[in-house]
Design a protein around this ligand. Sequence first.
Ligand code: 4NP
Length: 143
Amino acid sequence: MVCLGNICRSPLAEGILQSKVNDSVKVDSAGTSGFHQGELPDSRSIAVAKKYSIDITNQRSRKFTANDFREFDLIYAMDVSNYRDILSLASTEEDRGRVKMILNESYPNENRNVPDPYYGGDMGFENVYSMLDEACEIIASKL
Ligand code: 4NP
């Protein structure tokens, strides 16, 4: 699960998907930037996850690297900017094929973005939660 800062959207996506699959499925998240390296998720993401009984306080922000193409079968971008940044690190067709826009799970071929809630209010985080929950339900059913 990849967004820009790895403190708002992708930590929620990681927590939600992990809650829907068993521990044999390795779920992780990262940011295309290293701006928030080592930080906890945003307090508003922690709060909305907690509201739905998901604890994301074990997560720390890290930067996405080309090595992630070796570690993970599927890479979900939160928005088209993340998608392009991830693809710029891909070196093979196989790598490129692993990268998906997460909302294409729930809205196929529409290339919808998960809006960045960083500068908005709490409702933005609730909205992001609900979009990610819908998409992760579909991902989990396929896994
Ligand atoms: P995220 O949100 O990509 O969903 O983690 C953001 C968090 C921080 C910044 C941008 C987006 N920032 O510019 O610091």
